[in-house]
Ligand binder design. Structure first.
Ligand code: ATP
Ligand code: MG
Length: 395
């Protein structure tokens, strides 16, 4: 008995997008992801993607977990391949689905026959299998309206497939169909969720992290790498740039009014991130800000931050409550890492009374006390690159 994974690409998913690009990128992403687990054949036929193991010792549970994290997959199922004979279909279904059938009370069988030379028509296949399962599992009943389990039999060109329930996929659009963006990533709860949300819309990511040693530690940076590794399970591999931010922060602390500290710092982040983004062919920046969450996330503060950047800044969490963001971070498994208590550069030198309604002219005046270009240049000369996605090794 060979178990495979079947992905259905519904027409809905493909609407408005160039279908062949969508399929091509999705197939590439699936192949790349599956290759990390073992040898698989991945092929597409009649809007169905077949993921077929080519080794006996493949852990299909692991493969299923990986498929759950591929954007562009709305639903999928595990299926068992069998010979195209009715006997084989009956036996395979009873054996393969037994663990699920033991647990439920009602079921229904749906059949599809794309091979029209198969001697039985679809309703006859369903009726035979239904009758067979009722005999084998006497506790079961058929319920065509609200079954606990919908069993599907498909008779295709080269084989028949029996599958149980449908598993929800990650949704979204295949990463690589939507261009590139640079995410400003801290060690907090929000920015990894923001990164994930943008990757979900098909965007490939580059990550930018600002570190302020010795105020922030090596472990704080390592925490960001761990977060990005979790995000990369969905978003694919990416490069992380670590920006040495200490000198800028000290300069702001020494020369600018305390209540403007955070905003001036955030404007520097934007300037630097934008230059890195351009170099990396990213067309937008991404942050994890949410309206009103802290002083630097009021409308006026965000307007002042944006004024330092000329490319679009995406804030996918802007309208979300903290509880909603936390729920997502649990879902993508970043929460436990995010709550590890390491300092972030945003938490060093924080003003006691930050300005919540800043004035751009006042900020610009304060910044005129600094040599902005030289400070930015100094950071860019000392970037550190870390590759994320295949064991985060440093280069
Ligand atoms: P997070 O939970 O993502 O840290 P936050 O709610 O703590 O967000 P801030 O600290 O004000 O909010 O940061 C707002 C956004 O600025 C972050 O979501 C992130 O995109 C960016 N950011 C903050 N600190 C850093 C950093 N050290 N490196 C890169 N980006 C940062
Ligand atoms: Mg933070």
């Amino acid at each position: 008995m060979r178990e495979i994974i079947l992905l259905k690409l519904g027409e809905m998913v493909l609407k408005g997008l160039n279908r062949s690009t969508f399929e091509h990128v999705l197939m590439k992403n699936i192949k790349r992801r599956m290759a990390r687990i073992g040898k698989f054949e991945v092929r597409i036929a009649q809007s169905t993607v077949y993921i077929v193991p080519q080794q006996d010792d493949i852990d299909m549970d692991e493969a299923v977990e990986a498929v759950k994290k591929i954007f562009g997959v709305i639903t999928f199922s595990r299926a068992c391949e069998c010979e195209k004979t009715m006997d084989s279909i009956l036996e395979t279904a009873a054996e393969y689905l037994a663990p699920q059938l033991e647990e439920i009370h009602t079921f229904k069988v749906e059949s599809k026959r794309s091979d029209k030379t198969f001697p039985l028509k679809s309703p006859e296949i369903s009726a035979q299998l239904g009758g067979y399962l009722l005999k084998k599992f006497p506790h079961l009943r058929v319920d065509v309206h609200h079954p606990d389990l919908e069993i599907t039999v498909e008779v295709r060109d080269f084989a028949a497939y029996v599958r149980g329930g449908v598993i929800p996929g990650a949704g979204g659009i295949p990463v690589g169909t939507g261009g590139r963006a640079a995410v400003l990533i801290s060690g907090g709860i929000d920015s990894p969720v923001a990164a994930w949300s943008i990757a979900k819309r098909g965007v490939e990511l580059t990550a930018i992290h600002f570190a302020s040693p010795p105020y922030t530690s090596e472990r704080a940076e390592q925490k960001v790498v761990s977060l990005l590794e979790r995000v990369a399970e969905y978003a694919g591999r990416m490069t992380m740039f670590t920006v040495p931010f200490t000198h800028i922060q000290e300069e702001i602390r020494d020369k600018c009014p305390e209540d403007l500290f955070t905003l001036i710092m955030r404007r520097f982040m934007m300037r630097i991130a934008q230059i890195i983004a351009r170099r990396e062919e990213c067309a937008a920046l991404v942050t994890g800000e949410s309206l009103g969450q802290v002083a630097s996330q009021t409308i006026q503060a965000i307007a002042c931050t944006d004024a330092a950047a000329s490319m679009p800044v995406f804030r996918p969490l802007i309208g979300m409550d903290k509880a909603e963001i936390v729920a997502l971070s649990r879902k993508i498994d970043t929460f436990d890492i995010s709550i590890q208590p390491y300092e972030d550069c945003c938490t060093v030198f924080t003003p006691k009374h930050p300005r919540t309604r800043p004035d751009l002219r006042v900020l610009e005046e304060a910044e005129s006390l600094l040599d902005v270009d030289a400070l930015v240049e100094e950071c860019l000369e000392n970037l550190k690159l870390t590759k994320i996605g295949w064991g985060a090794r440093q280069i």
